[in-house]
Every structure is written in C-alpha cells, then in structure tokens.
Design a protein around this ligand. Structure first.
Ligand code: FAD
Length: 542
C-alpha cells in the first residue's frame, strides 16, 4: 500500500502493507536494479510483492548516449520502456525454480560485455501488474509487483520515501495536498512525499554521468540548459530525453573547434565520433595522464592512439586543465579560453568535460554515514553485497595509502548524556542511529554506487543485481522456515571494456586480450538490449 503524506510540508505518512504481504524494494532500475528486479519478479514466493522506483520513466541505455548526442536520429532507441520488466513466468514447481536461480552461483548468466537482451518494461505509473498480481494471490489488497516513477528522497532502515513527477498537476490543482520538492530532480518531482515500508531493499542508484551524457546534470540547482529550455515533457521522460539529445547534437554540429577534457572511454568515443562524422572540425583530446585506459593492457592505449592519429584528432597527454570559463560546455558563438597546469591556453567553441562520476550514495549516507567509503564515496558492502557500516575489504600489509584511508571509520562521538531520571542507558537522537546502522543486512547495494573491487560498468552492475536478488531470495526462504542457506559471494571478473573509435571502429579488452574491429553499427545495436519479444517498432514506444 502506498499512501500520500500528511498535509505538512516534508512530513512522511507511513503505511504498512497488509499483514499478509511483505515487500522488497529495488531503488533504481538501470543495469543493476533492472536485473535484480527481473530476477526477483520471477522468483519471489507468494505473499511477497516487489516495488521498483526510478526517476526515469524509461530505462536509459547510457552506453549509446555519446553516439546519440551526436547522431540524434537514433535517440529514441536509447530510452527503453519498462513494459515487461516485472513479468512473471508461467508457474513452475517451486523447488525447480529455486534450484534454477540459486543452485549454481557460478553459472555464467551474464555475457561479459552486454547486459541481458530482455531488459524492459512496464508502465510508468504505479499499477499492480496484472501478470504479477496473480502470483501474489495471497495479497488480500490485490497489490502485485509495481514500478513507480518517483524521485527517492530518503531512506530509513525499514522504509523509503519518494515523490512522483508533477503530481500536483496530475491530480488537479483543486486538491490541497502538501508537496515536497526533491533537490535531486529540480522541482520536476513535486508531489506529496510517499513512504513504503520494506522487508528487504536493493539500493541501485548508480552514479551521476559525466555532463555531456547526463540528462540529469548534477548541479545543486537546475543546470543552465534546463533553466533555459525547460523540457516540455519533463525530465525523466523519453520525450524530454530525446529533445535533450537533439539540442546536444545541434550544438556539437555548430561548433568548429571542440576541446574534450578527459581521455577515458567517454572522451575517446566523443573525439573519434566527432572527427569521423565531421572531418573538417578541429577536435582536441586533452588528458591529465600520459597513458589512456591504464588499467587495460598497453595494446589498448596503442590501438586508441593510432586511431586518433588516423582520424586527425589532436591528442595532448599529461596536461591538466586548471581554469575554464562558466558554461564552456555550450555553443553560443563565443570562443572559450582554458588554461592548463603547463601554462598553455586552449581555445574552443565548445568544451566537453568527460570527467568525474559521483556515486549516488547520499541517500544511504544520511541513514548510515559510516557505510560510506571516505575515499570513493561509495557504499561499503559485505562480500554478499549487504550494506556494511564498517570496512569489509581486507587491508594487506602492501595496501597503499588510499586503501588504508578507505578502511578508516570515524564514529560520531555522542554528546554527554544528561542524568536520566528513568535510569535508561539508551541514548537518543543522532547517537541512536549509530546503533541502528549496525543492522543493515537486509539492505543491499549494487552497481556503480557499491564499493567492490569491480570496475564501474553496466555488466558488473548487472551481475551484482543477480547476486543481491538471489541472496534476498535465500534470506526470504530462511525467514519462512526453510533451512539456512549460505549466501552467495559476489566475485568480479577480469575488467572488460569495448570502446568505439569512430562510427564503425572499436577496440575491446577482455579475458581473451585486446582486439579491434571495423564492423560496428552506427546505432551501436541498441535494439539488442530491448526485449527480444514484443518490442515491435521502436518508435511505437515513445
Ligand atoms: C557514456 C557511457 C558509456 C558506457 N558504456 C558502457 C559499456 O559499453 N559497457 C559497460 O559495461 N558499461 C558502460 N558504462 C558504464 C555503465 O553505464 C555504468 O557502470 C552503469 O550505468 C551502472 O549501472 P547502475 O545500475 O549501477 O546505475 P546507473 O546506470 O547509474 O543507474 C542508476 C539508476 O538510479 C536512478 N536514480 C538515481 N537517483 C535516483 C533518485 N534519487 N530517485 C530515483 N531514481 C534515481 C537513475 O534514474 C538510474 O536509472 C558506460 C558509462 C557511460 C557514462
């Protein structure tokens, strides 16, 4: 059950599901959360409902965003409807189902480079899924699994609060309901705050994307492009996303001189795509280190530098931008001047800052500050992906300073307690949270926001989503009187990546080594990630 808030600004009204229904929530439905949701929807036992919350109405397939912000004619393929995400398969005997999903943790469910081809979809409003409600027939109130488009605002150990997009408009202005503005969604989500109680939670809010591919730019206030061009169909919608991509593509087409700051995969992809599509443009890639993609074999660096040279991209390595004017990322006909640490000046019509992804851990941090690594800002997890208020990665005698720093936890010192007439020794307020945060084994964190030894990638988030979902299913079976099963340990594979080097070229590094290809598709085959059955014409899903 989901209820609106009491009519007080910022107040949370809480509601519990009926006594017969228990709840798993998945926060964030991208590569990690969507996979976890799919595994849970297909395997939760009767009496359990799944609620998935994301601020986007559609799955944002960000792998293709750099390409589509240049070639916006493909934009619609990057926003995938959630129509079948929570579909429940035809009934199978419970024992067979349990064995299938949990019996073989090492089964290679995930192709190394690509998440599942059948990610997708359900409607963008919170409706009980007809398919799933039949599987939750013990739910006397008829709630099945549901997807909610909402901006998550806070978390407690047993509940999550969120606001829906422009709910006051949707529900009619005559209705007097207090609204709350989410700082994370620039007031586009301004409905009453709603709260859902949960038994288990998967926190999969990922990280903020670098600015050129970030439809949700990470600014404390609405970023300039949103202030100047308020999306007619709202942030978090497919139409808003397509319009944003079209504006980016127009600006990139207009700029003659483009400076790309940051030589990670994103900067390399932009530099090569822009120069391949617009050979007359002056494109410069500036990177602070002397080696590109340093965690991969040196052959990768060589293949990239060779391709950049062939295309005629200017490459500057080992130089760092120190000063840049405001709004350099927009084309406005004025030349932008940037200075580096070597004292050189670079001029450009437009600058693409392809640096800095920040984990979206702030909502969990408010609940449990000591669960956040001070060095990475990611959420500490156990090997089973449960949130941990303490460091969990072993520090060896050879650990470097950063590893050691990330293993430090500073605990808040409680204020001296006033003498208590009742004689109770239990502290209250902030200090009480210190006790609560020890009990977070029912909250899992996965994907870009989780602190593991895996690289930040869609395929690692996907795999973590499976492990977390299977571990929750194990805990549920234990809760319901089944035998105690050992939880599965998440084991990251060898770092793997594919980087495009122009419209058809790419370089891949994986467990087989480094290889190149010149057979890539212009739209990067986004269709592969759409549901293989029932997607129909992509344009039907606007
Ligand atoms: C341009 C680019 C290309 C990439 N290409 C590849 C690739 O080819 N292969 C690969 O493996 N990886 C690739 N990556 C990395 C990959 O995209 C990320 O590692 C991956 O997206 C992480 O997935 P996630 O599920 O952890 O979180 P995210 O994808 O970051 O998703 C988090 C979800 O949480 C939602 N959310 C966040 N905050 C809130 C809130 N307050 N309320 C409600 N919802 C919220 C978001 O809407 C989003 O749906 C690429 C990254 C970029 C930027």
């Amino acid at each position: 059950m989901i209820t609106p808030a009491a009519p007080t600004f910022g107040a949370t009204a809480s509601s519990s599901p009926s006594s017969s229904t228990r709840t798993v929530v998945v926060l964030g439905a991208s590569y990690g959360g969507a996979r976890a949701a799919r595994v849970l929807a297909q395997n939760l036992p009767e009496g359990w409902r799944l609620v998935v919350i994301d601020r986007n109405s559609h799955f944002n397939h960000v792998y293709v965003f750099p390409r589509y912000t240049i070639l916006a004619k493909h934009a619609a393929k990057g926003f995938i409807p959630y129509t079948n995400l929570l579909d429940v398969p035809p009934a199978t005997p419970t024992s067979a189902k349990a064995k299938d999903i949990c019996g073989s943790p090492s089964r290679p469910l995930t192709p190394p480079m690509s998440p599942q081809s059948a990610l997708a979809s359900l409607s963008s409003t919170a409706i009980p899924s007809s398919a799933s409600s039949s599987s939750s027939s013990s739910d006397s109130e008829g709630y099945g699994h549901s997807f909610i488009q909402g901006s998550i605002t806070s978390l407690t150990t047993r509940s999550v609060s969120f606001v829906r997009p422009n709910a006051s408009t949707r529900r009619g202005s005559s209705e007097s309901i207090a609204s709350i503005r989410s700082n994370l969604t620039y007031g586009c989500f301004d409905g009453p705050e709603e709260t859902i109680h949960f038994d288990y939670c998967i926190y999969a809010l990922g990280s903020g994307m670098p600015d050129p591919v970030n439809v949700w730019s990470e600014y404390p206030v609405a970023p300039r492009h949103i202030q100047e061009h308020p999306p007619s169909h709202g942030l978090g919608t497919k139409k808003g996303g397509i319009a944003w991509m079209q504006r980016q593509a127009e600006e990139l087409k207009s700029a003659n001189t483009v400076l790309i700051v940051g030589g990670g995969a994103l900067g390399i992809q932009y530099a090569t795509d822009l120069k391949d599509l617009y050979p007359h443009k002056n494109v410069t890639l500036l990177h602070s280190r002397t080696r590109l993609m340093p965690i991969y074999p040196v052959e990768m660096h060589i293949a990239i530098v060779e391709r950049l040279a062939t295309l005629g991209v200017n490459v500057v390595l080992g130089e760092r931008v120190m000063t840049a004017p405001d709004h350099a990322e927009h084309y406005d006909g004025k030349v932008k001047h940037l200075l580096t640490d070597k004292g050189r000046q670079f001029d450009a019509d437009l600058v693409l800052f392809c640096t800095g992804q920040k984990p979206h851990s702030q909502i969990l941090a408010a609940l449990s500050p000591s669960s956040i690594s001070p060095t990475t800002g990611r959420i500490r997890v156990t090997p089973h992906l449960q949130v941990s208020p303490r460091p969990t990665r072993p520090v060896t005698s050879r650990a470097n300073t950063l590893d050691r720093l990330s293993n430090i936890t500073l605990r808040p010192v409680p204020p001296p307690s006033p003498p208590s007439s009742s004689g109770s020794a239990r502290p209250s307020g902030e200090f009480a949270d210190v006790f609560e945060e020890e009990e977070l084994g029912h909250i899992f964190a996965i994907g870009d926001c989780a602190e593991t030894s895996a690289i930040q990638a869609g395929h690692t988030a996907y795999w973590m989503g499976e492990v977390a979902a299977r571990n929750i299913l194990r805990l549920i079976r234990r809760d319901e009187g089944g035998e105690e099963e050992e939880l599965e340990v998440y084991k990251p594979g060898v770092p793997a990546i594919k980087v495009t080097l122009g419209l058809h070229h790419s370089v891949t590094s994986n467990h087989e080594g480094v290889s190149t290809s010149d057979k890539g598709a212009e739209d990067l085959q986004a269709r592969l990630i759409w549901p293989s059955v029932g997607a129909g014409d992509l344009d039907d899903h606007a």
